[in-house]
Design a protein around this ligand. Sequence first.
Ligand SMILES: [Zn+2]
Length: 257
Amino acid sequence: MSEFVVPTPLPQDMTTAPTSKPSRRPAHGRSSAEARIVRSIGEAIADRRLPPGTKLTEESLAEAFGVSRERVRKVLLLLAQRRVVTLVPNRGAFVAKPTPKEAREVFEARRVIERAIMERLQSFPLPLPPEMLDRLREHGALEDEAERAADRKAMIRLSGQFHLLLADFAGNATLAAILADLIDRSGLAIAAFERRSAHTCSAEDHRRLIAVLAGTAPGEAAALMTRHLDSVEAQLDLDPKADLPIDVRAVFAGEPA
Ligand SMILES: [Zn+2]
């Protein structure tokens, strides 16, 4: 685990979208400064600037965000409750490192939540209202642009935002808040277990979902979303054997002494 030196300052809003939406929902009852820091850390985790296992010192975060260490402590506690950060007694806070089992659980939970979100959306009269479709298409265009430019960080950030945008439109704030946490945790799972050639969400799948919600393509949105999440999970190397402790002697068996 390497000591993480926070670049100063972390960008406050890393979205390239023309408006500030979709936003991470501020945690209920938290100050907006804390919500902003939580969101920034969540995005930095998602796009790998903070890989799993990175040490997060109160001091460097306080400096990066221009807030007190007390406030950073509150943020770290909140992130620990969301299992994005692990607090180790006497050692401090680290970006969580999920096990393969936890990673599978996160994707299973995302399928349940996002299926419900798509069922809600598809129960609205289709096509969806033009302002929603415009927003989804604008977002799709940004994803295409990031894909063309092979801007991996933007692709990761935008693909998470696409899913949150759908959750916002579905109009169930509780589902959307649960999904925001799950997206952060799936970002961690992807960072920890993706195969080398993986590219996470496909912009093509997102276009297809938009077309179904626009009524311009046949299909069942919930089933499409389930398949989409299956394909993201399939890019991860979640071999159940990876849950077992590594026998160091076995790893080096057969090598000349
Ligand atoms: Zn996606």
